[in-house]
Design a binder for this molecule. Structure first.
Ligand SMILES: [Zn+2]
Length: 397
């Protein structure tokens, strides 16, 4: 049993305790939260830390299997040229994928991340996830813009889900993005999803080019599909609508859905989303580090707040980010949106992610009975409750 205290404790659900005391069982389960109202007296056996305690973080979007691509691509090249570099890199599968995935997993653990919603196109990272201290929910991602690819894509996805299950990993089959999935593949994914009842994820509104594709059938993305992926796109008929309006209805509204990136999302898009599914099982995942890396812009986060959306935070992969750290993503958001409180940021970084991945029974918030992992933030502005560029994280349990 341990008793832990710090200057401040944020519980991840909006409550803040000044010099509160957490009593933890040997496995990290929280047995008691004592609100001292700032009056902490010297008592034996209390570990007191300078800084702020927050719950373990949930990384709602990552691609662990792309960790070997760290430092492989230049920054700020734009969306389609980033896609091309990823496609080129996949042509030769290096043998260091599992090794680099393991390194990234260890770093995420050190960065106070306790759970990850992780995209996989194959099984290369599964052993690492199986052996990890981190809880992984795997989104097995399907790809196939050509309708004839649908069956093969689903076949491979089912092999991956079976392999995941054999290793005790939870996994669902998901579509990659509107510009890489045919109507047939969407339908197959939806049928499987209704049967499995598990959360879904899709890269959504990450680029402006995907709208051009659906609205006019022209532009850089269509050239990418033809020239870099050698896909015959003559079957494709533009809908005249945005990519999201053209595809979102393909995903069953009863399944939880993580919409990832939302970089170009506007109010009319949010109105549309609400017309086809409930907001209560829809999660808006922000990956600000990746958005800056590829396109040097951030989503309109205040728009999401005004609409009371359920916001989560993800790192995306090391192919498009400098590190896999939710704390660093929070710093990026705070710098661009200084009026967002640390309490609110923490709820996105921990509690909302745990709900999106359906693990809020043990993760996401500092509550009696949970074992969410305990992080200590040091080197922050405690009086203003703000992160500073040099704020560090230490995993206490
Ligand atoms: Zn991604």
């Amino acid at each position: 049993m341990r008793k832990i205290s710090a200057h401040l404790i944020l519980d991840g659900k909006g409550n803040c305790y000044s010099k509160g005391i957490l009593t933890l069982d040997t496995d990290g389960t929280i047995l008691e939260i004592k609100d001292t109202k700032g009056e902490l007296y010297e008592a034996s056996g209390i570990e007191f830390y300078s800084g702020m305690i927050v719950p373990g973080f949930v990384n709602a979007h990552c691609h662990l299997e792309l960790s070997h691509l760290h430092h492989a691509f230049p920054e700020g090249t734009g969306f389609v040229s980033f896609l091309k570099t990823v496609v080129d890199s996949k042509l030769n599968t290096p043998d260091n994928i599992a090794f680099e995935a393991e390194r990234a997993d260890i770093l995420m653990t050190k960065n106070g991340i306790v759970a990850v919603g992780d995209i996989s196109n194959g099984t290369n990272s599964f052993e690492v996830k199986h052996n990890s201290k981190i809880h992984y929910f795997t989104f097995v991602e399907t790809l196939g813009f050509a309708p004839g690819r649908a069956e093969k894509a689903m076949e491979w996805a089912r092999v991956c889900v079976k392999r995941a299950a054999d290793l005790g990993l939870k996994a669902s089959i998901v579509p990659h993005a509107p510009y890489s999935i045919s109507g047939q593949l969407f339908e197959a994914v939806a049928t499987e999803a209704i049967h499995a009842g598990l959360p879904l994820s899709i890269h959504s509104q990450e680029s402006i080019e995907e709208d051009e594709l659906y609205q006019t059938g022209t532009g850089e993305l269509v050239n990418h599909l033809r020239n870099n992926l050698s896909i015959d796109t003559t079957f494709f008929h533009p809908t005249g609508e945005s990519a999201m309006r053209s595809t979102l209805e393909n995903l069953p509204s009863q399944n939880s859905l993580l919409l990832v990136h939302n970089l170009f999302t506007k109010q009319h898009d949010l109105d549309y989303i609400q017309s086809v599914r409930k907001l209560s099982n829809t999660w808006f995942v922000l990956c600000p580090g990746s958005n800056l890396f590829i396109q040097n812009r951030l989503p309109d986060i205040d728009l999401f707040r005004r609409n009371n959306l359920q916001i989560c935070i993800g790192t995306d992969s090391l192919a498009s980010n400098h590190q896999l750290s939710i704390l660093e993503e929070m710093k990026i958001i705070q710098l661009a949106y200084p009026h967002i409180s640390l309490g609110e940021l923490t709820s996105w970084a921990a509690f909302n992610g745990s709900k999106a991945l359906n693990i809020d029974n043990w993760a996401g918030s500092i509550e009696v009975g949970k074992r969410p992992g305990i992080n200590l933030l040091t080197g922050l502005d405690l009086s203003e409750r703000k992160l500073l560029p040099g704020t560090c994280i230490k995993k206490l349990c």
